[in-house]
Design a binder for this molecule. Structure first.
Ligand code: FES
Length: 311
């Protein structure tokens, strides 16, 4: 007798009932033990080969009437796996159907998988608890940089005598010791732009409110008073962190211009043009009686609308 093929029409003693959608293999004999028939919209039934009367090129004939096949329980796909899932595809060597549609009964040992999974997970939890005291110091060392407090020390960057005109950006450069994660400490050159602001610029920057700066715990570390005439902007463009300059623009007059993607900001730090998602980042600033300018060096996440401190 030929082997039943996938998509072969299936006919009972009285009428056609559907087509073969799967075959089930006996893993011991390597013979087809059942066919699975999709019954024209009323689900799949698993039919023993003993019920098969004849197999032709494109048709399978059964010994039973359609009512007897319809009375069989619905095929339970989860009781089977494909020969590929159990990695025993050579089982298909003797049969002539599309690979991947050949099923074998789910191994009995695997049926209790929930219980076995529970014991496996339980073993993992025990192993985790035993290993935790040993791993803790290593984890603490690795995670330390993530929880280092921000550096809120004041840095002297220059003297206000360098500023000759109101509302004009003046760059102050300074060196800062930086410790990146597990790297040794290094000194890097940084810059900040300072303006002596006119009352109009101060109004636009502060909008009648003092500006508060907080540490990681939310504690206020400094307040820039709304009527204090000096403003410091971080030297990093809020778009992607490039250094920007104070430049004369053809139509906009004097502006901060970032050469990387051409973001333009006015003297208040507001975005006039370009892809920058927010205004320039103002920093805490104070000026001593002798005119020394001090700032708290802060960095904020680039490319986002809100100001999120990262350093
Ligand atoms: S980094 Fe300044 S505009 Fe892109």
């Amino acid at each position: 007798m030929l082997q039943p093929k996938l998509k072969s029409k299936v006919r009972c003693t009285d009428r056609d009932i559907g087509e073969v959608t799967k075959v089930i293999l006996d893993p011991l004999s390597h013979e087809i033990s059942h066919i699975v028939v999709s019954m024209n919209g009323s689900g799949e039934r698993q039919i023993e080969m003993a019920q098969v009367q004849d197999v032709m090129e494109d048709r399978v004939e059964l010994r039973a009437p359609a009512s007897a096949i319809a009375a069989l329980p619905l095929f339970q796909r989860h009781d089977y796996v494909t020969t590929h899932e159990v990695e025993i595809s050579h089982l298909e060597d003797n049969i002539d159907v599309t690979p991947g549609e050949v099923l074998v009964p789910f191994p009995d040992l695997e049926k209790d998988v929930k219980r076995r999974t529970f014991f496996m997970n339980f073993t993992h939890v025990i192993a985790f608890l035993i290993g935790l005291p040993m791993a803790y110091p290593i984890l603490r060392f690795l995670m330390k940089p993530m929880y280092m407090p921000f550096d809120n020390d004041w840095l002297m960057v220059g003297n206000v005598s360098k500023i000759k005109q109101d509302d004009v950006g003046v760059q102050f450069q300074y060196m800062k010791k930086v410790k990146e994660a597990y790297m040794p400490e290094a000194e890097v050159e940084k810059s900040v732009w300072v303006l002596k602001a006119s009352p109009e610029v101060l109004d636009k920057v502060y909008q009648d409110k003092d500006q508060e700066f907080r540490d990681a715990s939310g504690r206020i570390i400094w307040i820039n008073k709304k009527d204090f005439p000096y403003i410091a902007f971080s030297g990093k463009c809020p778009h992607l962190g490039c250094a920007f300059k104070w430049r004369q623009h053809k139509t906009l007059g004097q502006v901060f211009l970032c050469p990387c993607h051409l973001s333009i900001y006015d003297a208040t730090g507001s975005v006039l043009d370009g892809p920058a998602p927010r205004a320039l980042d103002a920093l805490p600033i104070r000026v001593s009686a002798g005119g020394d300018v001090e700032i708290i060096d802060m960095e904020f996440k680039a490319g986002v609308k809100s100001q999120i401190r990262i350093i």
